[in-house]
Design a protein around this ligand. Structure first.
Ligand code: NAP
Length: 440
């Protein structure tokens, strides 16, 4: 069979781009520069019909034809075959994508905030018209993880996902780990270097990771996981002392998004959570440095799989977006209805208290006889069994000692209740830190 020689000989698909910021400008540039190559891969000529922005005169990261810019997103959307949304935020992105789907377009988005809060609405709208929503770039940037979970592992049963899915927090924790630096100091540096936003809340408090966790868990467990079902803790309380103690015990602290299949009262359920956790330095996630992301997937038949790479960055994320655009174009050419989201398993999401986990608890205690026995008694009453205890004396004149207690696995509720009882005990001066251990 003879192949068409240039994009002119393919069917033309009209592509609308909403947003030309860090990611959108790179997507436009690659679409324009690699048009012929993309046409050969997609089997369709991808014609960039226009780019909707707020300010048509704003400077762009790359030079793009002025005549493509418009502030009228709706007119651009109607009549397009593929709409790429790279504006971010909830509105007008949500309304724009609903208009696109209802106008018969397939949509591509990198908008994790929108998917984590209105994903079900968008997927239902797509189902109604037989279109598809593509979102490879919405979790872990350039790393292919959506397609592997949706397609490659569709015949397997995912048991657990542990992801470093926020580059900013990994950058901060990695520098705290390698330099012994303080959280505030590294955050300020990260802001100067452009790794962290002026308002870093979404990253450092775990909101961004929680959105990605909801997206990954929904796919992995064939269940629509709402954002408010994700337990979330950030990294602002992590101190250099905690990092040092983790290191002494062979661990590194990472902000993890954990999505896990668990059995509660005989019923299959899922837990989705984001928190800073201790990970063994020898675990593949222990060696993810800088602003990189990684997603460690455990599946019943496939075993352990690790996906690693750039979790953000304009051009890196554009790679994932364009992969989606090619997929959308192929579907358009092939015809038929789009493949909807598989949510039939509809598993309940359980609160953090049900999760079986292991704690490392650091206490400052009165350095006097009988303290260890009192602490051991409180742990045992709480049904928490001790795996390791390390005691360190603070200094010659200091009347306190530090106890670093590693527990065996127990229900998170039992562990946290026991920590409260320890905190209230006369022999405990201060609960210095409590971290969960993951990846064992
Ligand atoms: P960005 O740099 O802030 O760019 C946003 C773009 O959207 C700008 O061009 C802006 O127009 C346009 N825009 C915003 N509101 C608009 C409105 N109401 N009407 C029309 N245009 C509007 O954002 P980004 O970093 O490229 O991120 C885009 C999306 O990708 C977000 O959902 C983000 O979460 C996701 N994402 C980003 C990365 C990354 O590394 N940056 C990685 C993964 C996923 P003006 O330029 O005229 O203001």
């Amino acid at each position: 069979m003879t192949q068409p020689q240039s994009s002119d000989q393919y069917r033309r698909l009209r592509v609308a781009l909403l947003g030309a910021g860090a990611v959108g400008s790179q997507v436009a540039d690659l679409l324009l520069r690699h048009g012929d190559e993309l046409a050969d891969r997609a089997g369709a000529s991808l014609e960039l019909a226009g780019i909707a922005v707020r300010d048509v005169d704003a400077p762009r990261d790359v030079e793009l034809p002025k005549e493509l810019f418009t502030t009228d997103a709706d007119s651009l959307i109607v009549g397009s075959d593929i709409v790429i949304e790279l504006m971010g935020g909830i509105e007008p992105a949500r309304g724009n994508l609903l208009l696109a789907l209802n106008s018969g377009a397939d949509v591509v988005t990198a908008n994790k905030a929108l998917l984590a809060t209105h994903g079900t609405e968008l997927f239902e709208a797509a189902d109604q018209v037989g279109a598809s929503v593509y979102y490879e770039a919405a979790a872990a940037g350039a790393i292919p993880i959506i397609r592997p979970l949706r397609d490659s592992l569709a015949g397997d049963r995912v048991v657990r996902i542990m992801g470093i899915v926020n580059g900013t927090t990994n950058y901060i924790l990695d520098r705290m780990d390698s330099e012994g630096a303080d959280f505030a100091e590294v955050l300020a540096d990260a802001q100067r270097l452009g790794y962290a936003e002026a308002d870093p809340t979404a990253d450092v408090e775990g909101y961004d990771a929680a959105q990605k966790a909801a997206i990954l868990a929904s796919l992995a467990f064939h269940t629509a996981v709402p954002l408010d079902a994700v337990h979330r803790e950030g990294i602002t309380a992590i101190t250099p002392a905690m990092i040092e103690e983790a290191r002494a015990a062979g661990f590194v602290i990472k902000l993890l998004a954990v999505c896990e299949r668990i059995t509660v009262d005989g019923s299959e359920s899922i837990s989705v959570r984001v928190y800073p956790a201790l990970v063994a330095r020898t675990h593949p996630l222990g060696s993810v440095h800088g602003a990189n992301n990684a997603v460690f997937v455990e599946a019943e038949a496939a075993g352990s799989l690790m996906f690693y790479g750039a979790g953000a960055g304009g051009v890196q994320t554009a790679s994932a977006v364009l992969g989606d655009v090619v997929s959308a174009a192929r579907r358009h050419i092939a015809g038929g209805v789009g493949v909807g989201e598989s949510t039939r398993a509809n598993l309940p999401t359980v609160p953090i208290g049900h999760v079986i986990t292991r704690y490392q608890i650091t206490l400052e205690v009165n350095d006097q006889p009988g303290v260890l026995a009192t602490v051991a008694g409180i742990l045992s009453e709480g049904g928490v069994s001790v795996a390791t205890v390390v005691q360190t004396v603070q200094g010659e004149d200091d009347p306190t000692a530090r106890l670093i207690i590693g527990t065996h696995r127990a229900a998170d509720q039992a562990l946290s209740d026991t920590v409260e009882k320890l905190a209230a005990s006369d022999v405990v001066e201060r609960v210095v830190s409590v971290l969960r251990v993951e990846g064992e």
